[in-house]
Design a protein around this ligand. Structure first.
Ligand code: GCB
Length: 611
């Protein structure tokens, strides 16, 4: 199995052979635009630290045995009083799904291992339709069973995956059981070491989607690179009748065009736009159009915004106009009720906080956030840097690790390629320069460009310090579109009294984007601005940063670290941290720290400057 690639057990094998790899049709784009049944709700769960429900006492997986049975996915009940069964989903506690387990049971706060979860649902499968069990995200490794039979497995905690279950659904009651395991490993993406909470479980929606036999699997309908006068992209049909006429209509913009898909189900889309017919998407006017894609066998609607993004030397152009990215970084975590963001309310809160600071841009660190988050950014007019968790010290040498990273990136692009808000695909964060890493990251850059050449490619690079001079010396900078880097002047390097000695020399003819800087402050701790952990210290550091950064020619944006305090196992100080990273501009109780207002004032000024 290529990690990250959904592995599928063929339906017809009678469960006599070990699981083999079968290629799934591409993950459905625009899943919420499909007829679907949400399988969210209360799922019964069993905590299984020794994986007793997966391995027999000789540590052989039950699902690879001759019968394929024996594991908890059998969902057995004693047939009478003589039989012992040592587990039971009936009567087990429940978790709200979507939702991580760490935040729903105090005993599981630090749990890293296996949890089994069960949901029952009714279905009425129809002839001539196809069915897909679709997971928005499961952290980290998922094994999925439908009605006691394995349908597949998947690795990667933040990207969607699906299994086709046509012919496996029962009319009436069905049972889906998921084994989720959030154990960390060096050879995973991310690896053992991160600076965020390892929330485990089914953290995003679970859907049963229905499609026609031949359906629209994927499409990209966006403005051509740097051309506001043309829509460009493709449509991909899957199924027996994949060669068809497909009509793309944007009624409100007077667009209607028909393409014909070839024997591979694919058609290139290129539609000239009449002058002055379109309102271009921007943070100031986040206009979305209803786009209809209709074939003889299938029809889908989407809400799409149209904008261009490009660089010209050190300039960054949105719809042909110079833009400054007034950004902030954020994690997919609610500080107020710790846990992954639980639905639209939480997401709106985070993005509204960014807007309160006069941001037009966010860095969704350090992994793909949910599809709803990106849609909300589209709707609220917030530009997005979207990232994969290629973070710190990946096992660069191993082909299967590369395959995993590349799959996660592909799944991210496949999911969000029609979202106007997304302007940058980030291929990683603070990856240390070495030959093997340069090859790995270089290949990722090529991959993402081949998937989508309309957006920019970024990475949060590290800098070099020679005395007080800070430079970017990374061969990866040549492969991406931005001179984008993290720097911690005044916090990890030196302090805020001495930080003005640093100067940045960025010798790239590319827009300079500061992907991180920041300082920890315990909300409500007030002292002089020399005192670490005080709001005053953080505030002065921000003011100093603005002076240092404004001196960099080509500075076109920043995403300081970070919007809110967030939980991290790496932060144990009993008083200042208590397992929180305190670099938030908003505290874990939702209170804005001094630097929040300083940041806003700086962005107000930038907004005037770039009017
Ligand atoms: C970084 C990382 C980020 C950390 C941050 C910190 O450079 O990219 O994930 O949380 O520093 O606070 O140290």
């Amino acid at each position: 199995q290529a990690p990250g690639q959904a592995m599928v057990v063929p339906a017809a094998d009678g469960r006599t052979a070990p699981a083999v790899v079968a290629k799934q049709p591409p993950t459905l784009h625009n899943i919420y635009g499909r007829t679907h049944l949400l399988l969210d709700g209360r799922w019964n769960y069993i905590v299984d630290p020794y994986e007793a429900g997966y391995y027999n006492y000789r540590h052989q997986p039950f699902d690879q045995s001759a019968t394929g049975s024996g594991g908890f996915y059998d969902d057995r009940k004693p047939k009478d009083k003589t039989e012992s069964v040592e587990y039971s989903f009936d009567g087990s506690p429940t978790l709200a799904i979507p939702g991580d387990w760490n935040s729903q049971n105090a005993k599981l706060e630090n749990y890293e291992g296996t949890v089994w979860m069960r949901q029952q649902f009714k279905a009425t499968p129809k002839d001539g339709k196809r069915y897909f069990l679709y997971f928005g995200a499961v952290n980290y490794e998922a094994h999925v069973y439908l009605n006691g039979k394995k349908v597949g497995s998947h690795k990667g905690g933040f990207t969607p995956f699906q299994f086709e279950v046509t012919g496996r659904l029962l009319s009436g009651q069905n049972t889906v059981i998921v084994k989720a395991d959030n154990s960390r490993h060096q050879d995973d993406i991310p690896t053992l070491n991160t600076d965020w909470w390892n929330y485990g479980g089914i953290t995003r929606d679970v859907l049963l989607a229905e499609t026609p036999d031949t359906y629209i699997a994927d499409y990209q309908i966006q403005l051509a690179k740097g051309d506001m006068g043309r829509i460009e992209g493709y449509v991909q049909m899957t199924g027996a009748q994949r060669s068809q006429d497909v009509t793309i209509t944007i009624h409100e913009a007077g667009v209607k065009a028909t393409v014909h898909t070839g024997a591979d189900g694919r058609a290139v889309v290129s539609i000239p736009l009449a002058k002055n017919k379109m309102r271009y998407w921007s943070p100031e006017d986040p206009k979305l159009y209803t786009v209809t894609i209709a074939a003889a066998t299938d029809k889908l609607n989407d809400r799409i915004g149209f904008r261009t993004i490009e660089t010209r030397g050190q300039d960054l152009l949105l719809n042909g106009k110079s833009v400054f990215l007034r950004g902030i970084s954020l994690h997919d975590e609610n500080p107020l009720i710790p846990g992954r963001l639980r639905g639209e309310g939480d997401m709106r809160m985070m993005l509204q906080w960014a807007k309160d600071m006069n941001c037009n841009y966010v860095r969704l660190a350090h992994y793909p956030h949910s599809e709803e988050m990106i849609k909300l950014a589209d709707e609220m007019g917030i530009l997005v840097w979207a990232e994969v968790p290629v973070y710190w010290t990946i096992s660069w040498e191993k082909p299967e690790v590369y395959a995993n990273a590349s799959q996660q990136l592909t799944d991210l692009v496949t999911r969000d390629r029609n979202r106007a808000s997304v302007i940058i695909w980030s291929i990683g964060n603070e990856t240390p320069v070495s030959e093997a890493r340069n090859v790995f990251m270089g290949k990722l850059a090529d991959t993402v460009r081949s998937l989508d050449h309309t957006r920019l490619v970024g990475a949060a690079l590290e800098v070099h310090r020679k005395g007080d001079e800070v430079t970017v010396e990374d061969p990866l900078a040549d492969k991406i579109d931005l001179a984008s880097f993290n720097e911690y002047a005044g916090w990890y390097w030196s302090n805020n009294k001495e930080m003005m000695k640093f100067s940045f020399k960025v010798n790239y003819n590319k827009p300079v984007i500061i992907t991180e800087f920041g300082a920890d402050a315990l909300g409500g701790l007030h002292a002089d601005d020399d005192t670490r952990w005080s709001e005053e210290y953080q505030d002065l550091l921000y003011k100093n940063q603005f002076k240092l950064l404004d001196a960099i020619p080509g500075l076109r944006g920043m995403t300081p670290w970070v919007l809110t305090d967030f939980r991290s196992p790496r932060r144990p100080h009993p008083y200042y941290q208590d397992f929180w990273n305190r670099k938030g501009l908003i505290s874990e109780t939702g209170k804005k720290k001094l630097a929040f207002y300083t940041m806003k004032a700086y962005y107000d000024q930038k907004q005037q400057q770039y009017k």
